[in-house]
Design a protein around this ligand. Structure first.
Ligand code: NAD
Length: 412
């Protein structure tokens, strides 16, 4: 684990500033708005080198945060004896594919990834019409080339040579549906897409968004195993939205500066399997028993909050796209050699007796580098009980996914 404080600035959806928190460095991505003059300079074609303005007091980062960011970047540069301009002049080099790119999550996610100058190519794949999305997006003067791929015959081409594959393909939850109701449709979609990933880009980082994530990740693992290309370090269930929501709700409740708040969320990605570890909140903050109960339940049911508010038109798309873009950004920084990237994700794990478990992980060039086991030590009685209570449900979702995958014939 990195012992030093580090700050890596990357331009795009997030300015990410890894910081030391206690003994644990964490990634702290946060949104940044480009001030108009500089953003035009920054994004005139491939001139990403002109970079983002951290000076912008009109940005929603605010003066203090901008100053802290500049300070921490300079500190890292000092420690590493290099110019921080290096970090402000990233090279567009990574290829990202989104499978399900024409959907409610896919479109805003594509836009957010298109804003990253670390990305050289953005491959948009869908069974629905994705040409319009790609054409529209391609007019943005940011570095990446946008290409569209439609239908099964173009799936292989969409995946060739990509570094990160993000999968939000599937159907969203409607009111009255549980995540398990989605299972039969989305399980089949994920299986087919993962077969193509195995055949065309087996070394890519794979980010699974399609629900139920508790089952679709084990399905993906089984399919990759059947294809002989499973690397558990590179298969990620995207549970970032749980962390994003936990941070937001805790900051609101405790009147904290949002940018400072970090709540690890462990377990799985549905209902009671989502376990925010409020006792591990940074900065350290105390909660009454009622607050813990209220916040935990709200974080666990936040997806339903959105499903009900959208009244039949879908589930979380914008916040999900934001969370997925953060996870893509973190993955790309890790692939780019940043040694200080931490995120929560649902992955193959030996932290508990369950084969898959969401926890904070360190991500490096080759994928998962370490599990942050300290988050699971010294839990409160409430958290310990909730952890034990979630295990049977998570176990059965994992088994359901494995059983589904093993019943399927994998395409040769
Ligand atoms: N992980 C999370 O935190 C999280 C949060 C919200 C939603 N989700 C899940 O994300 C998924 C997508 O949600 P959405 O709101 O974008 O749905 P959507 O219906 O708006 O979009 C889904 C897209 O997937 C496409 N698609 C369907 N089958 C496909 C296939 N075989 N290959 C490629 N594309 C295919 C559709 O054409 C559509 O464009 C759902 O499963 C939803 O439950 C996950």
């Amino acid at each position: 684990m990195a012992a030093t404080s580090a700050a890596t600035l990357s331009i795009g959806t997030n300015v990410s500033c890894g910081r030391k928190v206690g003994s644990l460095s964490q990634s702290k991505p946060f949104g940044v708005r480009f001030n108009s003059q500089n953003s035009l300079k920054s994004f005139s074609g491939l001139k990403a080198a002109t970079s983002v303005s951290c000076e912008s007091d009109s940005s929603f980062l605010g003066k203090e945060t901008s100053a802290a960011l500049r300070g921490s970047i300079a500190l890292k540069a000092q420690k590493e004896n290099q110019s921080y301009q290096y970090h402000l002049q990233p090279q567009a080099a990574f290829k990202v594919a989104i499978l399900g790119a024409a959907g409610g999550i896919g479109q805003p996610l594509a836009l957010l990834i298109k804003m990253s100058p670390l990305v050289s190519a953005l491959h948009l794949y869908d069974v629905a019409n994705v040409k319009g999305v790609a054409t529209d997006l391609s007019h943005c003067n940011t570095p990446s080339q946008v290409l569209d791929f439609s239908g099964a015959s173009e799936l292989g081409s969409a995946l060739k040579g990509v570094d990160v594959v993000v999968i939000p393909a599937g159907v969203p939850r409607k009111p009255g549906m549980t995540r398990d109701d989605l299972f039969n449709i989305n399980a089949g979609i994920v299986k087919n897409l993962i077969e193509a990933v195995a055949d065309n880009c087996p070394d890519a980082f794979i980010h699974i968004i399609s629900n139920p994530v508790n089952s679709t990740v084990p399905i993906a693992a089984e399919i990759l195993k059947q294809k002989g290309v499973f690397d558990p370090k590179k298969l990620f269930g995207v549970s970032t939205l749980d962390v994003v929501r936990a941070n937001t709700f805790v900051a609101q409740k405790k009147n904290l500066k949002l940018i400072d708040v970090d709540v690890p969320v462990v377990g799985g990605h549905a209902g009671i399997t989502i376990l925010p570890l409020l006792s591990k909140t940074k900065p350290s903050v105390s909660f009454t028993d009622e607050e813990v109960q209220e916040l935990t339940v709200r974080i666990q049911n936040a997806g339903t909050e959105v499903v009900e508010a959208k009244a039949g038109t879908g589930s979380a798309t914008l916040s999900m796209a934001y969370a997925a873009a953060r996870f893509v950004e973190s993955s790309i920084r890790a692939l780019d050699g940043d040694g200080d990237v931490y995120e929560c994700s649902y992955v193959q794990s030996d932290l508990t007796e369950l084969p898959f478990f969401a926890s904070r992980i360190k991500i490096g060039k080759k994928g998962v580098e370490a599990f942050i086991s300290s988050d699971l030590q010294g839990l409160t009685e409430y958290e310990q009980k909730a952890l034990e209570a979630l295990k049977p449900e998570l176990k059965s979702s994992i088994e359901k996914g494995i059983a589904f995958a093993n019943k399927q014939a994998v395409a040769a």
